[in-house]
Design a protein around this ligand. Structure first.
Ligand SMILES: [Fe+2]
Ligand SMILES: [Fe+2]
Length: 408
């Protein structure tokens, strides 16, 4: 196959993957079943990564494209059917049973016609994508079977109290009927409550928030989508790990209250304010929180959950750095960064998430530095720590295990 035809076929795969990624971003928000949100987030990353690998190959062939701007050359009825699907089983059948199969067939045909002598890089990429697309279809199938066991009526009725959501950014993301803002079981252990809150209010909520940023701001650079998709994958792994650990510790989904605070805080805001609220301030609090929890759980003897939080904390630092990188680019000046940073604090306060008053967690300067805060910004963060104090200001590592043990 000559270069010109390779370019045209590759463009077509890129356009399909980019459209599938947008679809999956939308579905993390409009699909209620918690188990599927994280699966869609994983596959959103797969679709964006696939587009990105093909985009890089095209650049090597001297053609530069933005994956979202590439037009499909052949018909896209199958993708249109995905976009029109409203029930969860319809979505899964339309994407994994038809559109992804078509994409795989088209890649396989391309692969079979590519000359091994002339174009080994394309062969390598296509082989990887064909194999991984089979794997993600199996993952979706397994996840749907699990969801059908939890909601046996799902073919006839939505698992959400609100019914099926339209294929657009919703006012609030869909949540299945197991979850409520008031559900509370007083007999849960602190660790189960903690895992439940992280699962619903931080990990799933951040998948929805990153997806909204992808869908709502198509003018952002393609590399922004790559970062947000990577974050969706991280949050999906965190969500699934926390859910698994919660079940291992005897917990059940829906036994603790969930909230829409993270969603509401950035709703209707321009991209720089959304980034400040969610990525710069929200993820930063998440870093300190996760580091703190890892330490507390270790002192309390729960090595498994502690190890989990240790890894999560480091991913969250990367997410803060995504936020700071894109916020600086969009804001354009340090003064605008300060304005939106202050706005973000106000938005959090309005949603009951103040960062004023005694801090809940110790301040971690090294994490803030890796997260992309400048020296003067870190001085200010440290200043807040000194101004308001922290209940852990005089943390004594040698006394801490005994204190934690008394509390449990
Ligand atoms: Fe996370
Ligand atoms: Fe995160």
């Amino acid at each position: 196959m000559r270069v010109a035809e390779t370019v045209e076929r590759t463009k077509n795969h890129i356009a399909r993957c980019a459209r599938i990624s947008n679809l999956l971003a939308l579905w993390t928000m409009t699909t209620p079943e918690a188990e599927l949100k994280s699966v869609f987030a994983r596959h959103l990353y797969w679709a964006v990564q696939s587009s990105e690998r093909l985009r890089v190959r095209l650049a090597e062939l001297a053609v530069d494209v933005d994956p979202r701007m590439v037009l499909l050359e052949v018909g896209s009825d199958d993708l249109l059917a995905c976009e029109l699907a409203s029930t969860t089983p319809e979505k899964i059948r339309a994407l994994y049973g038809v559109a992804l199969v078509n994409l795989r067939d088209s890649m396989t045909d391309h692969l079979n016609r590519t000359g091994a002598l002339a174009d080994e890089p394309t062969i390598r990429i296509l082989s990887d994508l064909i194999a991984s697309s089979t794997r993600i279809a199996e993952e979706a199938d397994t996840a749907l079977r699990l969801v059908c066991q939890i909601f046996p009526d799902i073919e006839r009725a939505s698992s959400s109290n609100e019914g099926h959501l339209a294929a657009k950014v919703p006012l609030r993301p869909a949540r299945d009927s197991r979850f409520a803002e008031t559900a509370s079981n007083p007999n849960l252990t602190d660790t189960v409550k903690l895992l439940h809150v992280f699962y619903t209010d931080l990990e799933l909520a951040t998948i929805e928030a990153c997806s909204r940023l992808i869908v709502e701001f198509p003018a952002m650079p393609w590399q922004f989508v790559v970062d947000m998709a990577r974050q969706c994958w991280d949050e999906a792994r965190h969500a699934e790990a926390f859910r698994t650990r919660l079940l291992q510790l005897g917990g059940r989904l829906g036994t603790y209250a969930m909230s829409y605070a993270l969603w509401d805080m950035a709703a209707g805001e321009p991209v720089d304010v959304s980034l400040a609220v969610q990525q710069r301030v929200g993820e930063w609090v998440g870093v300190d929180g996760a580091i703190w929890q890892a330490q507390q759980l270790r002192f309390g003897g729960d090595e498994i959950t502690s190890e989990l939080f240790e890894f999560v904390a480091l991913d969250e630092i990367t997410h803060v750095s995504f936020g700071n990188k894109w916020l600086r680019l969009v804001a354009g000046s340090e003064s605008r960064v300060r304005v939106v940073h202050d706005l973000a604090l106000d938005k959090r306060s309005a949603c009951g998430k103040s960062v004023d008053g005694p801090l809940t967690f110790p301040y971690n300067d090294w994490a803030c530095e890796r997260g992309g805060f400048t020296e003067s910004e870190r001085d200010e963060l440290r200043g807040r720590f000194l101004k308001f104090g922290s209940q852990f200001q005089n943390l004594d590592e040698t006394q801490e295990p005994a204190r934690v043990a008394r509390r449990r």
